[in-house]
Ligand binder design. Structure first.
Ligand code: 13P
Ligand code: SF4
Length: 320
């Protein structure tokens, strides 16, 4: 469609003119992911997006994902301009963990180390001792547990439960969830597995325990792509946002990927397994952000950013 071609061409020109780079999450539209790859940008999970943005020489980062990803980029590189196609693109975990009540919860347990998922506001990160993403959460909690630390975990209860089952750490949980992953249904997944007995099941740990229990591999978005490559199965049932199919298919051209069911009757509701906030990152929105930064630029309060940098840096150094 000519309009799409136009946006792509205009974005490419603007990226060069503004010394900007496009960094996209695996859950964004294939159009956006392809454009990031074509233009020397990057497509990855939330930890690697942060790393790439920090280390790339571009002076402007266009972060196609959800708000916390843009905020993380800004906190790590305050001297760079950070643009987002859509500033309203939030995350149910972030929304469900307001700083005031989370801070009160932490105040009630001053003996505990506060570990928060990257899917939170800058203020919540500033209140925390550690930030983690799903690709490194298990190792960091295991490390803290080995030092005898008791933990406050927030906000994703499913990821927290998964880590607790794996590490046996003493974790007090905030009760948030991801509206996308919370929808996967174990009973329908079992029915689907009966239809495809040779398929392997890949699950993001933001999914409920009953779904995680059926998994052949559990992990962050990039870990699931690796699992798709390593597992011998030709068919894979995937319980995470369907945006990941673009990269999975690219990594494994000979394999077949099926979306895990999100409704009780076994039907796969594609739109249910796609984050509505990630879906806001269209080509037009990327173009708009580059064309006029007004209403697209991320700012983080300096004091909050300084606090959040401490807990973010702990994760980045641990991951290094
Ligand atoms: P990853 O860190 O695995 O990319 O997950 C981010 C996210 O928002 C998952 O829903
Ligand atoms: Fe947040 Fe879930 Fe969307 Fe990820 S998929 S950004 S956790 S709402």
């Amino acid at each position: 469609v000519p309009e799409k071609v136009n946006y792509k061409a205009r974005i490419k020109t603007l990226l060069k003119e503004k010394n900007a780079v496009l960094i996209a999450h695996y859950y964004t539209d294939p159009d956006i992911q392809a454009l990031a790859e074509e233009t020397g940008g990057y497509v990855s999970d939330s930890l690697d997006m942060a790393r790439f943005g920090r280390d790339n020489p571009a002076t402007t980062l266009v972060v196609a994902g959800v708000r916390f990803m843009g905020e993380t980029a800004k906190i790590l590189t305050p001297n760079k301009q950070v643009l987002m196609p859509e500033l309203e693109a939030t995350c149910s975990l972030d929304v469900g963990c307001p700083i005031e009540s989370f801070s009160e919860f932490c105040d009630q347990h001053p003996d505990r180390t506060v570990v928060v998922y990257a899917n939170t506001s800058a203020a919540v990160k500033a209140r925390a001792d550690w930030v983690v993403t799903s690709s490194i959460a298990l190792e960091i909690v295991d490390h803290l547990d080995s030092q005898g630390k008791k933990i406050i975990w927030g906000p994703d209860r499913h990821l927290g439960d998964y880590i607790q089952r794996k590490t046996n750490a003493d974790m007090l949980m905030w009760q948030g969830d991801c509206i996308v992953h919370d929808e996967f249904k174990a009973s329908s997944l079992r029915d689907m597995k009966a239809i495809y007995p040779d398929a392997a099941i890949l699950v993001h740990p933001e999914s409920p325990e009953s779904v995680v229990k059926l998994a052949d591999a559990v992990g962050s978005t990039s870990q699931l792509i690796k699992a798709a490559q390593t597992l011998p199965n030709k068919t894979l049932i995937v319980a995470t946002d369907t945006g990941i199919f673009y990269k999975m298919q690219q990594a494994c051209p000979d394999k077949e990927f099926l979306a895990a069911p999100t409704s009780g009757d076994g039907a796969t509701c594609r739109s249910c397994a796609h984050c509505p906030w990630m879906a806001m990152n269209g080509l037009k929105a990327v173009y708009n952000a580059l064309n006029d930064a007004t209403g697209h630029e991320i700012y983080v309060d300096e004091k909050v950013a300084q606090g959040a940098l401490v807990s973010l840096d702990r994760m980045m150094n641990f991951a290094a």
